[in-house]
Ligand binder design. Sequence first.
Ligand code: BG6
Length: 471
Amino acid sequence: MSFNEAFLWGSASAAYQIEGAVKEEGKGVSIWDEWAHIEGKTYQGTNGDIATDHFHRYLEDVALMKEMGLKAYRFSISWTRILPNGKGEVNLKGIDFYNRLIDALVEAGIEPVVTLYHWDLPKALQDEYGGWLSPRIVDDFRAYASVCFDAFADRVKYWIVINEPNIFTQLGYQMALHPPGMKDDAAFVKAYHHTALAHAETVITYKAKGYKGYIGSSIAFQPSYAASGSQEDLEAKANYDAIGPWWYMDAYYKGTYPDRGLRYYQERGIEFCPSEKDLALLQQGAKLADFMGINYYQTAMVASNGLDGVGLAGMNTTGKKGSQKESGIPGMYKFVKNPSVEYTDWDWAIDPDGLRMGLVALKERYDLPVMISENGLGAYDLVTEDGYVLDDYRIMFIKEHIKAIENAINQGVDMLGYMTWSFTDLLSWLNGFKKRYGFVYIDFEDEKLTRIKKQSFYWYKKVIEQNGVEG
Ligand code: BG6
């Protein structure tokens, strides 16, 4: 098998999706604490007030990770637990919580992989200057990151600065599905640029402090196919790449933006002209980043879309296969169904080989080590009468993706690790608790929030023991 001994077999989570305890031990209010309580914003009004109650049960969860033999665990720090107002006074109880969690992981022989930002912006910063819309966020973010480095970097060697900046800015500033609930292309482009600046400043700060670990950010990557060999569809794919994946990743990992994308925004009358100073900063950050985090769930098939064609549609949150509405950007591209692959109940394309293809493309474009920081299957799981969760479909999904990673390694890609999404079941931002990803089932109906190890738990334990999958 192609995985080296240091390969990080891991699993992941995010603070708002698991911690709960949103008002405890000095935590401040985040934009998600507020958003999830506005009627109609989340699936059936679900919120992270309790979530999996990980804040109180982290020892039980770490014990399960240890039992599984997990090599790495990726989790995020809640900014408002550390700095309740986003800046200023540090909440020592927040530091203490993450110290206890990190110590428990280290003691269990599990490498902590820490995400600094998984979408739960301090509400105080949103209220004061519009959060990611203002360049003021960059300094505040760097200061927050510094507090975390000073407190935890003696034990934490892997840092993910920002999780999926492309998703939270699109959903929050372009599609009004996440906070702050805006529909404004110019705001989206600006907010994204500020995430890239914050990432670069943070990477530079980490290196300037002399830490010897590894730092990067995680981008959600949907590699694409053109729907046909027609000139129009090939053009549509080039458009998608230029304002989609390459736009997002070039900013972080090259310190530039694709020309085709810049032209697109100019032609649409969207003012976006990053200064020389900003680009120099992005480039410095790009040079210092140690790896790219990639969250991979699916590929996209793209076709041409006329100027009067379909616009952006939200994702399927019904869990009814086939209910995804057509979505695209008029004059650029639209997403179409890929006839060669199966889809999940939420209409996400199941395409393991797309991961290999994407990883090879990343190697050619950026030539950096890659950590898969998320990959997994969202599904309905059932508990049998005798208390088992037989999720063989999840085993199949993860197995095929591991094989795809192995194939990518054999094609020369440098892989650091594989973090499945997720370790336990958790709260989905827009799908509530019904869409499950974990190796550990949680009964959300029962206030005891009992944990049940799924069939996939035992299977992944074996994968880790064998350092790969067979067959
Ligand atoms: C990623 C996020 O976009 O996808 C996770 O980083 C999220 O936080 C995961 O939970 C799965 O998305 P969903 O919508 O199926 O819960």
